[in-house]
Design a binder for this molecule. Structure first.
Ligand SMILES: C[S@@+](CC[C@H](N)C(=O)[O-])C[C@H]1O[C@@H](n2cnc3c(N)ncnc32)[C@H](O)[C@@H]1O
Length: 280
């Protein structure tokens, strides 16, 4: 059951940890690097950009630094407070058109055809459950014809793969108690119900084809898919070691860039990236 109050309260309590999510480790920084690369051709000075589900503003700040006109939108008042503080600390408020507290399923405060680019990164759509199509239709509605909508969601196969790469984790117990961890349910439906040992609200994990169909049903075309991280998805320890050597790190980043939009690898990434153009 979709419960916006539970999502709000989860992210209000999550606080500053959300700000650190994409910079704490080299592995996280690959995620940030690929998400920015996926976006780079659709942003720039003077563009009107909606950062939908902006969290602590990791992408909003970069967009403001690059002189886009940014509107921040999130269900969590605490995440918006952190984002605003960071924008103020960096003297970037001049690039902010609005900071809006609301639910992605209802963007009625925003007019049709307003933004050049709409970003919904870092898996907000995983929480929308039965309202996900409504939310994507809203993202498309507020985008100008010919503008881009870019999303990233947690991938069903990527998230399962990620469990194998966790350190200090009892994989045998995890895969050995499939029903307790709802593994068959996630594999069959993508749905992870509320679990006593998982702090997140209920989520739906996506497959690449499913996400592509959703975006296309909601009016986007020329859809591109990506996986993030791609080649190194799940390999946290290897990536952390590789970053210590400059050439090894640059080599890995180059391979990530070359591979992450290969269609056959999209489902492998912890995050599934997708972007499409709003029909003219
Ligand atoms: C993991 S954070 C991602 C933040 C940011 N986009 C990033 O990639 O760094 C997910 C954000 O989505 C927001 N969110 C989740 N469900 C939402 C909803 N229904 N409406 C608006 N925001 C939502 C959460 O409050 C949270 O700040």
């Amino acid at each position: 059951m979709y419960n916006p109050n539970e999502i709000k309260s989860f992210y209000n309590n999550y606080g500053e940890r959300e700000w650190q999510r994409l910079e704490l480790t080299p592995y996280d920084r690959i995620n940030y690097y690929l998400h920015m690369d996926f976006l780079k051709d659709y942003i720039g000075e003077g563009k009107k950009v909606l950062d939908a589900g902006c969290g602590a503003g990791r992408f909003s700040i970069e967009l403001a630094k690059l002189k886009n006109r940014v509107t921040l939108f999130d269900i969590s008042t605490e995440q918006l407070r952190i984002a605003e503080d960071k924008l103020k600390e960096n003297n970037l408020m001049a690039y902010v058109d609005g900071i809006i507290n609301g639910d992605l399923a209802d963007l009625s405060m925003l007019e049709d055809n307003t933004f050049d680019t709409v970003i919904c990164y870092g898996a907000p759509l995983n929480y929308l459950l039965g309202n996900v199509e409504k939310a994507v239709r809203e993202l498309v509605r507020v985008t100008k014809p010919g503008g881009q909508v870019l999303v990233s969601v947690n991938s069903k196969w990527g998230v399962i793969r990620t469990q194998l790469g966790r350190e200090d984790f009892d994989y045998v117990s995890f895969f050995g108690k499939p029903n307790y961890w709802y593994i068959p349910e996630v594999v069959e439906t993508g749905n992870l119900p509320k679990h006593e040992l998982v702090s997140h609200p209920e989520r739906h994990f996506f497959e690449a084809e499913e996400l592509e169909d959703l975006l296309s049903t909601c009016g986007l075309e020329n859809i591109t898919l990506g996986g993030s991280p791609c080649i190194s998805s799940g390999f946290r320890k290897a990536v952390n070691d590789i970053e210590k050597d400059k050439i090894a790190w640059e080599t890995l980043l180059e391979i990530e860039l070359k591979s992450y939009c290969k269609r056959t690898l999209a489902d492998n990434g912890e995050f599934l990236l997708a972007r499409g153009v709003k029909m003219e």
